[in-house]
Design a protein around this ligand. Sequence first.
Ligand code: NAP
Length: 279
Amino acid sequence: MATVLITGCSSGFGKLAALHFARKGDTVYASMRNTSKGKELEEARDAESLKIELLELDVTDDASVSAAISKVIGEAGQIDVLVNNAGIGAHGPIEETDDDEAKEIFETNFFGVLRVIRAALPHMREKKAGTIANVSSLAGRVGPPFDGIYAASKFALEAMSEALSYEVHPFGIRVLLVEPGGFETNIGDTRRVPRRYNEGSPYAELDQRFTQALTRLPTGGERGDAQLVAEKIYDAVNDKEPKLRYLVGQDAEMIDGLRRQLDDEQFEKTIRQALDFWD
Ligand code: NAP
């Protein structure tokens, strides 16, 4: 059974993944910025005799990352699986996003992952084993309007993960990406919106129309059950035929499928037609 470290376990995919891995018998270090948010995990641990340890870890803080990794190595001796799940959402027009706001998104979604990977890799290399699962997004494959900065952070994560998979393969380490479409978690409520963006914005009406248009997709713009993503992370990590990318959700499968079949112009036309979004 594996020792698994997961970031961002206070809610959403991270919390569900911590439970899912633990229910499969793994020892899970469920990390989060504020461990007082881990009560549900502690209750499940006690009720079901699961091996779940809460661990403080803020991915934007070098000292916090290094202390967390040292604690896991000190106690378990190794990290078999690292799931980089912590992330923040962002919604708003690119023109109205200031540098500090864009940097905040990258600081968590890209540099946060990089920081944790850099701290874990020496231990994985020493053991000549390990799996790094990075939670990206469909927005790491296509750039949706009004999610541009978020998508940019996930595109960066995709590029880094792809390159890293070549670099660490000789050391027996695997890298994979899980790419969910839209799922019901806290991310919609906590997503960052640019401070300059308000109802008077020249983009406000277009944004509303785009959000409305999404409901015309065959999936109806519905958000899926987050448990599916937790299970996909586990299945991807334990896949007997390892791949680099794992899409999750009907919307992700459909849109990425189109993206792979069509050239840039055909893809754009198809999406505009599907959404009746011609501006
Ligand atoms: P969520 O419920 O908001 O969970 C996000 C988690 O990340 C929370 O535990 C949050 O902790 C944590 N986090 C944020 N900043 C952190 C930091 N600096 N250090 C450590 N933890 C931090 O949203 P979610 O949907 O489960 O998101 C998980 C991942 O899935 C993210 O990478 C997100 O980009 C990705 N994703 C989500 C969707 C979706 O539709 N839900 C789709 C594609 C990809 P706090 O409680 O402390 O804020």
